[in-house]
Ligand binder design. Structure first.
Ligand code: AMP
Ligand code: TRP
Length: 325
């Protein structure tokens, strides 16, 4: 299967990115044709510091490698280095009704969060994402739940293009993890875990053991004492149980049994230790890759060249069908 996905270089990765997206990528790379992108053109649609972007891009490349992506098994590259992404996004915008973009949940949420920054790029964000996906004849897009709506819009855009101009695009589907499609904030279990959230609510993939312990021990829990999964009545504990289950590969039932008759503090202590042990290899690998900048730049350069060939092929077909060449 042809797979494409991407993450914005907007700061450190957190366990929501890992459980929602990257964990799937690592499994998928073994048996599929995978392309993973550092989507810097998406990162500039919300407030950012231009002086920090290059550093964030390199850090995300390091994080991809540290988390387990293997350059010999998949392609990874920087979005802005392949010009066809922006070019195709423009063309897709010429036949997409504005109403479809205005109703996107992420556009509404981000507009609310940054009322001083409601730019046309933010509205067009899903078209750029559609271009990312469609340029590579992608069949499946592994993402967290928040991106599912954008993948559905991508299908619609592909269908509309194929009908109007003739078949070029494959209609992709989203691949959501069975569990972990939406990891919630530790400080507010009704909101998704996010980099720009309350820092205490978000566990970074490279947090130190002290940070992990502090964040888990101060995670918001619910009334009562039982360690029991109940999303409605116990959203805090349920979120922690989900995280526990995904990192330990034990079922929720097994974990509930293990902590029967025990309190929240004991459960949290055990979860903190589990996370510290599970994330330690990522930290080690990150340190190792940080000192290999030349190697990482070489991987990105190779990725760019491979991506360019594929993207240019699709773009030529698109232009022909649209009468532009
Ligand atoms: P972003 O950091 O917004 O670029 O997201 C990168 C990937 O991580 C996307 O596939 C998201 O769907 C996924 N993701 C982000 N936050 C979460 C979360 N709290 N739970 C699960 N997946 C997430
Ligand atoms: N919009 C995605 C997010 O915020 C990132 C992204 C950009 C992406 N282009 C993509 C994800 C293409 C999958 C496929 O998380």
């Amino acid at each position: 299967m042809k797979i494409f996905s991407g993450i914005r270089p907007t700061g450190e990765l957190h366990i929501g990115n890992y459980l929602g997206a990257i964990k799937q990528w690592i499994e998928l790379q073994e048996k599929n044709e995978c392309i993973f992108c550092i989507v810097d053109l998406h990162a500039v649609t919300t407030p950012y510091k231009s002086g920090e972007l290059q550093k964030n891009i390199l850090e995300l490349a390091v994080a991809y490698l540290a988390a387990g992506l293997k350059p010999e098994k998949c392609v990874f590259f920087i979005q802005s280095e392949v010009k066809e992404h922006a070019e195709l996004a423009w063309l897709l915008g010429t036949f997409t009704p504005l109403g479809e973009l205005y109703r996107m949940t992420q556009f509404k949420e981000k507009s609310k969060k940054h009322p001083e920054y409601i730019n046309a790029g933010l509205l067009n964000y899903p078209l750029l994402m559609a271009a990312d996906i469609l340029l590579y004849q992608t069949e499946a897009v592994p993402v967290g739940l928040d991106q599912q709506q954008h993948v559905e819009l991508t299908r619609e855009v592909a269908r509309r293009f194929n009908k109007k101009f003739g078949k070029v695009f494959v209609e992709p589907k989203s691949l959501l993890p069975n569990v972990g499609e939406k990891i919630m904030s530790l400080q507010n279990p009704k909101k998704k875990m996010s980099k720009t959230d309350h820092p205490q609510g978000c566990i970074g993939l490279f947090d130190t053991p002290e940070e992990i312990k502090k964040k888990i021990m101060s995670a918001v829990t619910d009334t009562g004492k039982q360690i029991r999964y109940d999303e409605k009545k116990k959203p805090g504990i349920s979120n922690l149980l989900t995280i526990y289950s995904l990192f330990s590969e034990k079922t929720i039932k097994e974990i509930e049994k293990k902590f029967e008759g025990k309190g929240y503090a004991e459960f949290k202590k055990s979860l903190a230790n589990l996370l510290i042990d599970s994330l330690a290899p990522f930290q080690r690998k990150k340190q190792e890759f940080l000192s290999r900048e030349v190697y990482i730049k070489e991987i990105l350069e190779q990725g760019k060249r491979k991506a360019q060939i594929l993207a240019q092929t699709t773009m030529q077909e698109v232009k022909k069908k649209m009468g532009l060449s």
